[in-house]
Design a protein around this ligand. Structure first.
Ligand code: DX5
Ligand code: ZN
Length: 221
């Protein structure tokens, strides 16, 4: 495996009345990554968390790694607020119309890890030019906006394609997959090259099975 296996539970699937308890549960499972889904009600038909939530969680759980997934039409406007709030990695979608290249620079100069994200219907060619500049590519296996959806297998071929591109270009970006991940499909993602696994519903419902299946698949590579 090019990178260490990381499981990144999404607090969108946690207890919105007690997010601190959800992050504590992530730590209790021996995990570091916290996936924070940020939604603006425009790019996706839902609203979720702001920089204040990241700031509060980082203050209480400073050792966790905050993987912030911006599902915004104008993510360029929110890099600084989330970086200041304590985001460790900020991923931005390739679909909306905003200065993508300049936004990746903004994340870099804010001293954060850079992620680029593509929706199920977006071909991997749309992110090819950015691959040398990013730390992570986030492959959506659901249409963004909600947890609890079913996994779209179109993500599998995209993971394989990105793994091939990573090898050919001698790069080491992480391949993250996000949406509808379960103990039943996580091995297929890892087997094709995914090394960073987002799970909301499955983690908070069935973490032992998910972690067992993911770690077993990584060992068998
Ligand atoms: C969807 C989010 C995902 C979602 C994952 O827009 O980007 O991170 O919260 O939740 P599950 O694992 O339940 O699909
Ligand atoms: Zn997400």
């Amino acid at each position: 495996m090019v990178n260490s296996l990381e499981i990144a539970p999404s607090i969108l699937g946690g207890d919105h009345a007690a997010l601190g308890e959800s992050v504590a549960a992530i730590g209790a499972a021996g995990l570091k990554w916290v996936h924070v889904d940020v939604m603006d009600g425009h790019f996706v038909p839902n609203l979720s968390f702001g920089p204040g939530v990241v700031k509060a969680l980082k203050a209480r759980f400073p050792d966790m790694f905050y993987d912030v997934h911006l599902m915004l039409d104008n993510p360029n406007l929110y890099v600084e607020p989330f970086a200041k709030a304590g985001a460790d990695l900020i991923s931005v979608h390739v679909e909306p119309d905003y200065p993508i290249s300049g936004t990746l620079d903004d994340i870099h100069f804010a001293g954060r890890k850079i992620g680029i994200t593509l929706n199920p219907q977006t071909p991997v060619g749309e992110v090819a030019e950015y691959l040398p500049r990013v730390d992570l590519v986030l492959v959506m296996s659901v249409q963004p906006g909600f947890g609890g959806q079913s996994f779209n297998p179109v993500a599998l071929e995209k993971i394989s394609a990105l793994a091939r591109m990573r090898e050919e270009m001698k790069l080491s970006f992480r391949i993250e997959v996000d949406g509808g991940i379960t103990a039943g499909n996580v091995a297929a993602c890892i087997g094709r090259g995914a090394d960073t696994i987002v799970a909301g519903t499955e983690f908070f419902k069935n973490s032992a099975a998910l972690l067992g299946a993911a770690r077993g698949a990584a060992r068998n590579l």
